[in-house]
Design a protein around this ligand. Sequence first.
Ligand code: S3P
Length: 164
Amino acid sequence: MKAILVGFMGSGKTTVGTLLAQKLGIPYHDLDDMIVSSAGKSIKQIFAEDGEPTFRQLEHDALKKALKDDGILGTGGGTPIQTANFELLQATEIPVVLLDVMPETIIRRLASDTERPLAKQLGLNGLVDLKGRRDLKYEQVSDFRVATDDLTPLQVAEVINQNL
Ligand code: S3P
């Protein structure tokens, strides 16, 4: 991989990662999509039918595999928080980029989300609390961060490109 994007749900990892990959002429890989393909069901179904621990195991397996691929990797919001993943991301030579986002932006972007199981379980206040508990880990695992709130996804992709 040329770069790994981390950040909370709604930080724009998929949108920015797709644009960055296009700009560089390399593939974009989305960890959630890899999990969905390997499980043969949606993230929502995995959480509901198999539970979050099963999802986290699939996520770890997908991450190990993805690190060997070429391109840009968009992780899930919870990926760097799991200790085994945190260690992999800290140890890798690949630049890890944090897409930073303010709680207000998260609320605006996730208010009508129906696909993310945690958004449904926790509600908007719960999501903001979860972000607060995760922020230090996102910072520790990343090589640099981009404050995304006032930038378009294309501008965020450009800033990352300049820093790679
Ligand atoms: C999760 C984030 C999701 C997805 C799953 C769990 C999390 O990815 O992996 O619903 O724990 O924050 P996105 O950040 O792409 O929404």
